[in-house]
Design a protein around this ligand. Structure first.
Ligand code: C2E
Ligand code: CA
Ligand code: CA
Length: 397
């Protein structure tokens, strides 16, 4: 089974490693039997016998501490070593909370082993372990603090929505708004989505937060829609990839729409290509059901991914939002111009609307208009603002 690995062969009676040895690998037993034991008052005490298919030496491999027992071969053994460099990479990439928990468990295990030993043979934890543990603890604590804070944030009303206008590039009229999440942390101040949404994604909290955002946007909509002079404006709400795996997603969205007596045609849900490509069939099914409810679907951050619009044709997308990176560089990058031009052409032929994201300057607005782009969003037209701020602007105008 492990043809690609080097094996090590040990004869009966041989020690594979001894208590206190440095340990930079674990072993998988391909053939044979080994005995794990410790010395108690000079006498051997067997911990266990292990055989084919089992693993030993994993503790030192993971926590970089000396071996906690001696292992001797009982029946000729063929072993596949699992080197540290293989596991180190995996550990580094693993979730800091899980890494921290693993190190805590290993430390407790070593304490137990130490308790059973005489004082002269007790092993001290090395500085390397402490530093490893400190790093994992630091990262884990930060992550746990944010995750824990997010739980509290929902129940303590610390999340807020800001709304950014989406405008007609020709006359500057607001045609819709995008709802963007902000966390008003009691001690840290306002935290931006980039600093907490990734943890919300990983932990799954995004499902609750996402539903909260949709509910709040629909609740605010009757007031927000008065901030534009148009008859049929829309509100766009972001959906994350993780939310697509929520079996109740469409039912929950439907319930929120009904609760707020929202006109579903005025609601757009923004999804990125990553979310669609991660599980295409699930995404397609959800999108079709959302369309059936009457909502629109916007493809967010277009151009940042790998798919061309042609590949995304089978999805019922009504709006394509071109990623800000291409818009900001449109004046000096031929490639960006090409992406915008081809997106506009293809979207037109597919009957999709195009929104240019991140417009900060007048000259970019002019270039986009010249290319036939009709709708845009960006600081030039308005920053994301609270409903109250938008209402004040309206009365001031
Ligand atoms: P996004 O969906 O691409 O949202 C647009 C981002 O660009 C927003 O960042 C907005 O504040 C920013 N922006 C708008 N105009 C300009 C401009 O002219 N220049 C520049 N440099 N930036 C501009 P924000 O609010 O920090 O949100 C970041 C991302 O967080 C959003 O990117 C979206 O992916 C995510 N997000 C925000 N709210 C939610 C939410 O309720 N649910 C989910 N799932 N994701 C959200
Ligand atoms: Ca968006
Ligand atoms: Ca975007």
């Amino acid at each position: 089974m492990f043809d690609e690995f080097d094996r090590e062969v040990f004869e009966a009676g041989q020690h594979i490693f001894e208590y206190g040895d440095e340990g930079d690998c674990a072993y998988l037993i391909e053939e044979g039997i080994v005995e794990v034991f410790i010395l108690e008052q000079g006498r051997e005490r067997r911990i266990k016998l292990i055989g084919k298919g089992e693993l030993f030496g994993e503790v030192s491999l993971l926590d970089r501490q000396p071996r906690t027992a001696t292992v001797r071969v009982i029946e000729k053994a063929v072993l596949v070593p699992i080197p540290r460099k293989l596991v180190d990479g995996l550990l580094e990439k693993s979730d800091p909370i899980l890494r921290h928990l693993l190190l805590v468990i290993l430390e407790r295990f070593r304490e137990k082993v130490n308790d059973a030993l005489e004082s002269s043979t007790k092993a001290e934890l090395s500085p390397e372990h402490s530093s490893l543990r400190r790093t994992a603890k630091g990262e884990a604590t930060q992550k746990i603090a944010i995750a824990h804070g997010m739980l509290r944030a929902l129940s303590h009303d610390e999340f807020h929505l800001h709304y950014q206008p989406i405008c007609d590039l020709a006359d500057g009229q607001t045609v819709g708004f995008e709802a963007l999440l902000r966390w008003h942390h009691p001690t840290e101040g306002v935290i931006q989505p980039k600093d907490f949404l990734w943890i919300a994604e990983q932990t799954g909290f995004i499902r609750e937060i996402g539903m909260w955002a949709l509910d709040r946007a629909c609740r605010d909509w009757p007031e927000l829609r008065k901030c534009t002079n148009l008859d049929a404006p829309f509100i766009s709400v972001n959906l994350s990839a993780n939310q697509l795996n929520d079996e109740m997603l469409v039912e929950n969205i439907k319930a929120i729409i009904e609760k707020h007596k929202m006109n579903p045609t005025e609601l757009k849900l923004e999804l990125t290509e990553t979310a669609m490509v991660a599980s295409p069939e699930i995404a397609l099914n959800i999108m079709n059901r959302l369309i059936k409810l009457g909502c629109g679907i916007a493809l967010d951050d277009y151009g940042a991914g790998h798919s061309g619009l042609g590949q995304l044709q089978r999805y019922p997308i009504s709006t394509v939002k071109i990623d800000a990176a291409f818009i900001n560089s449109i004046d000096d990058s031929v490639q960006s111009q090409e992406i915008v031009r081809s997106t506009l052409a293809l979207a037109r032929s597919l009957g999709m609307k195009v929104v240019a994201e991140g417009i900060e300057r007048k000259d970019i607005r002019v270039i986009l208009l010249g290319m036939g782009c009709e709708i845009g969003q960006g600081w030039l037209f308005g920053y994301p603002s609270s409903l109250q701020e938008l209402q004040l602007n309206k009365t001031e105008r």
